[in-house]
Design a protein around this ligand. Structure first.
Ligand code: G1P
Length: 291
């Protein structure tokens, strides 16, 4: 599968403070949902959506992430000797050989817009995507693939969107929408983490973006925004005309795996898809009810 958008940025330089102390020495992208790290779910979504180059923007966690993504001959030999072909296959599938991996440093965590800016040389002049690994999206068709199919020539950006509760609008980029056409709500603005009283809607951005060079150019002149950070949201807003921003209501379920509640919900939901694990969940629930 191939399309004209070949590159995708993974901003991985965040500190993961919401998940301390676990993230004190473990990169948040390596936290597992069952036995698969969050990073791997995002890689699989990108690969299954047809991306060919994955650009990892890393901070102090670079060596851990590079270790995960590099082949480990010693471990491979050990698994071969023990005849563990299934596990060996899983390791080979971490990053398919046809996929190019590029590493970029983000020296200081100055925000999502800054992370994308750090990768600018690698995506200059072409459309590209951004994926946030702590937003796990489980769907029939990969969310990014749905969004690529939604991109029209008149759009500057397609951003994954979902309705959130009033009390939660201050955790998200919130769209100011004009009109809806199928899954796409055309937006004239997007505001980062507004207060519930100032929020233009309850339609929130979640961590999937298909972006054009106009958005990248807009980052250059940005001043720090919400939280004192260089916000990707502000660059999207600065490069948006009335009909050029598509808030895309994806098909699928999103889990906020930057929070323990989201990690629990994702873990239980995926466990219930597996007969053995489902039996364990049911056993625990039944034993609590009986107590
Ligand atoms: C980031 C974006 C925000 C978006 C959110 C989705 O915020 O800045 O616009 O709504 O991801 O998860 P963060 O959660 O990194 O503070």
């Amino acid at each position: 599968m191939s399309h004209s958008i070949r590159k995708i940025i993974f901003p991985l330089g965040g500190m993961g403070t919401r998940l301390l102390p676990a993230t004190k020495s473990v990169a948040k992208e390596m936290l597992p949902i069952l036995d698969i790290p969050l990073l791997q779910y995002a890689i699989d979504e990108a690969v299954n959506s047809g991306f060919e180059e994955l650009i990892f923007v890393t901070g102090t966690n670079r060596s851990v992430l590079e270790d995960y993504l590099s082949p480990s001959p010693k471990l491979n030999t050990l698994l071969e000797e023990k005849g563990k072909q299934g596990l060996l296959n899983k390791l080979h599938e971490i990053l398919p050989p046809s996929i190019k991996a590029t590493f970029v440093d983000q020296p200081d965590p100055k925000g999502l817009g800054h992370a994308v800016w750090c990768a600018r040389e690698h995506v200059a002049g072409e459309n590209f995507a951004v994926i946030l690994t702590d937003d796990l999206i489980v769907s029939e068709t990969p969310c990014l693939k749905q969004m690529i199919e939604a991109l029209q020539p008149n759009m500057n950006a397609v951003v994954a969107a979902m309705e959130v509760a009033d009390a939660d609008v201050n955790k998200y980029g919130i769209f100011d929408t004009n009109h809806q056409d199928g899954r796409c709500s055309y937006a004239c603005d997007i505001v980062e983490k507004p207060s519930p009283t100032n929020a233009p809607s309850r339609l929130a951005a979640v961590g999937r973006y298909i972006l054009t060079p106009a958005v990248l150019n807009a980052i250059e002149s940005l001043k720090p925004g919400a939280g004192g950070e260089i916000q990707l949201t502000d660059a999207i807003a600065a490069s948006t005309n009335d009909h050029s921003l598509c808030a895309y209501r994806f098909e699928g379920t999103r889990y906020d795996c930057g929070s323990k509640e989201g990690i629990l919900e994702a873990t239980l939901s995926l466990a219930l898809e597996d007969e053995n694990l489902k039996a364990i969940v049911e056993k625990v629930v039944a034993s609590r009810k009986a107590a």
